[in-house]
Design a protein around this ligand. Structure first.
Ligand SMILES: [Zn+2]
Length: 91
């Protein structure tokens, strides 16, 4: 199933997060943002710009890459999230 997944085709996490409406605060490897997974009033979400990992310090939502983020955000399957991100297909 994961044979058609091409991690190297995923967009850059920093650009992806900004395009999906997150305002990233801070500099360095981990940035903060308002969490889209709960009614956030302060930047509780931490995202790692290098690989797209994320973790919310308030609601506990977390994942290891932007595929996981996209899946949770839009309720998609792994495959559909990969397709939406342009990282699915025959070589
Ligand atoms: Zn949250």
């Amino acid at each position: 199933m994961k044979n058609n997944f091409h991690r190297d085709r995923l967009p850059n996490p920093l650009g992806y997060f900004e395009k999906s409406g997150l305002t990233l605060i801070g500099k360095g490897e981990w940035r903060s943002a308002i969490c889209p997974f709960h009614k956030d009033t302060e930047p509780s979400l931490r995202v790692r710009v290098e690989n797209g990992a994320f973790r919310c310090l308030a609601c506990g939502e977390k994942g290891g890459d932007i595929v996981a983020f996209h899946q949770k955000r839009f309720g998609m399957t792994f495959k559909d999230a990969c397709i939406a991100l342009g990282a699915w297909g025959q070589l």
